[in-house]
Write a protein that binds this ligand. Structure first.
Ligand code: ATP
Ligand code: MG
Length: 235
């Protein structure tokens, strides 16, 4: 079976700034992979490069075996990729439910989650279904942002710092959400600063520094890697 995501020698630029230098990263179908790194390491840029949202890209990005390096963003999405950016992008003037009704289906084969399935997974979104985007708490907005990409039928989820700035109880709810999505067969790439959140969820870890992958290891190696992580990330 083809990898859900196979990135080889990826380079990316923002204008003249060369940000990613030969990033190599592979994610198997159904895997949860976490991309760790200090501020400015290039983790967001990696997700944006996958989506075709940076400047020039070079190298190879295969999604389920299909080369995507030259595809525009909407075509990448149509390969079944859902990107949840750090800024979430909730429509403030629309209600929670209206936000959930907007996304198009991106996949011909995978149907997106129904509104009922979404509310089963996020009961507090159902309670808040009529509330305007701006009136939702940070945690509710984050759940809505993830729920919205689940509506599209995307099976490869790129999640940028979803736990950032949220209360511990919400972070726990997000951890349960990741576990549920993994059980449902989703493939997940999570960019995280919050190591404690990511550590118990991920099958494998990549560490970035200066636009390159400097470490990669499986969850089973986490114990042995703690000293390295401590020096790379200060965790
Ligand atoms: N739009 C942009 N134009 C030019 N340079 C950028 C742009 N966005 C990011 N950069 C630069 O690219 C590098 C990598 O940034 P990136 O956002 O990928 O980091 P990150 O690992 O996500 O860290 P964090 O989210 O903590 O800032 C940084 O040096 C940053 O200054
Ligand atoms: Mg970032």
């Amino acid at each position: 079976m083809a990898a859900a995501l196979e990135i080889k020698n990826l380079q990316a630029w923002y204008g003249e700034s060369h940000i990613l230098h030969d990033v190599n990263l592979t994610v198997a179908p159904g895997e949860v992979v976490t991309l760790l790194g200090r501020n400015g390491a290039g983790r967001t840029t990696t997700l944006r490069a996958i989506m075709g949202l940076t400047g020039t890209r070079k190298g190879s990005i295969k999604i389920n075996g299909v080369e995507a390096i030259h595809l525009p963003t909407y075509k990448v999405a149509h390969l079944g990729v859902g990107y949840c950016p750090e800024e979430r992008g909730i429509f403030a003037s629309l209600s929670a439910e209206e936000n959930l009704m907007l996304p198009p289906f991106v996949s011909k084969t995978d149907r997106g989650m129904s509104i009922d399935e979404i509310y089963e997974m996020f009961p507090n979104l159902e309670e808040r279904r009529s509330s305007q985007g701006t009136r939702l708490s940070g945690g509710e907005q984050q759940m809505l942002a993830v729920a919205r990409i689940l509506r599209t039928g995307a099976k490869l989820l790129l999640l940028d710092e979803i736990s950032e700035g949220l209360a511990p109880v919400i972070v726990q709810a997000l951890a349960r959400m990741i576990t549920t999505l993994k059980a449902k067969g989703y493939t997940i790439v999570m960019v995280e600063q919050n190591f404690r959140f990511a550590a118990p969820l991920a099958d494998r870890f990549y560490v970035m520094e200066h636009g390159q992958i400097v470490e990669t290891f499986a969850a089973s190696e986490l114990g042995n890697k703690m000293p390295v992580l401590h020096s790379l990330l200060g965790v």
